[in-house]
Write a protein that binds this ligand. Sequence first.
Ligand SMILES: NC(=O)c1ccc[n+]([C@@H]2O[C@H](COP(=O)([O-])OP(=O)(O)OC[C@H]3O[C@@H](n4cnc5c(N)ncnc54)[C@H](OP(=O)(O)O)[C@@H]3O)[C@@H](O)[C@H]2O)c1
Length: 370
Amino acid sequence: MFVSQSSCHFVQLQPLRQENHHQLLFLSSRHPIQAALISLHCFHCHSLQYLSETEKLTRIQRVGAMAVDDVGSPVRYAVVTGANKGIGLETVRQLATAGVTVILTARNENRGKEATSKLHQSGLSNVVFHQLDVLETESIKSLAKFIETEFGRLDILVNNAGASGVVVDEDGLRALNVDPANWLAGKAVNVVQDVIKTTYEAAKLCLDTNYYGVKNVTEALLPLVQRSTSGARIVNISSLRSELKRIPDDQRRKELGDTDSLTEEKINAILQQFLHDLKHDALEANGWQKMLPAYSISKASLNAYTRVLAKKYPDMCINCVHPGFVKTDINWNTGIMTVEEGAAGPVMLALLPQGGPTGSYFDTTKLAEF
Ligand SMILES: NC(=O)c1ccc[n+]([C@@H]2O[C@H](COP(=O)([O-])OP(=O)(O)OC[C@H]3O[C@@H](n4cnc5c(N)ncnc54)[C@H](OP(=O)(O)O)[C@@H]3O)[C@@H](O)[C@H]2O)c1
């Protein structure tokens, strides 16, 4: 129920947790999420409770499930993974600016809370922090439980957290001053071979984060995403290193590009073969990419998973996107685009209108070939 009364708006809540009393929130603006919450009134015992700042924020977030915005659109809830910095943080900022209530997640609690607090200071009170390490089952479960309890559903999932799959001598890389065009084309592979090393540990961490992490987070949140009332959106942050034309091995390229026969089992088998070949020093001999091999196959697998998922859930818009060559820590700040530019593609896909594309790959904001 959403009732207007003079300059205040009242929103009736379900009984809160253990409390059996129905309560009424007094909001001082038309926009329930950005409103200044004044007090809680209980009809049952007629008590009026004035709230602390923290309590106000929690209650405002809770009421969002029933709220509508100024133009009558339902409030949307989004999760962004790896959002304490870089493209993830900027994606949160842009989504929150568009009126979405965003759960900013980060594996490190301090870094995540600090990023959230900066967004609050800039006036974006519709951002809430929750810890999430995409490698930890318990952490994923805890996020799912939090969303279930606080919001009851999820409308947008941006799988952004990523790892590079290499160990880098950053000073050595900077000294090489690699031309961005050669870097992007993969032509710098021989130049950088002394400063960028693919170790087994870094490669495994990369596959676990960029592929299995995305898969585990998505599977855990899917029941909530399926309850979306505004049309669910899943955005997987990929890379141009994922593109099929960059895969030297014909068979593997065909397998990862064949949507009719793609399955999660097949993708898993390819990744396990990669780790096997890496362990036996047989990457080049077996047709894996030379430039950032673990990162490349992790993102090619992520694209394939995006297509499998899109086929399984045709009512959702599930897409993957290369954000551009953005200056962030993941590429040791060698990128040439700003985070604002990098977040444009992910945000556009997160806010796609009903009937928008699904199972597609985008290069920034443009539809592109897998
Ligand atoms: N920058 C580019 O040019 C570019 C190009 C193509 C694709 N991408 C993709 O864009 C995405 C964002 O990267 P970025 O450029 O913004 O780099 P970034 O600034 O280094 O951000 C990476 C984020 O991922 C987080 N992360 C890593 N492992 C995690 C884990 N296990 N659980 C949760 N979070 C984890 C990091 O957290 P910590 O701060 O705790 O390490 C950080 O917040 C990545 O998927 C990347 O592959 C970037």
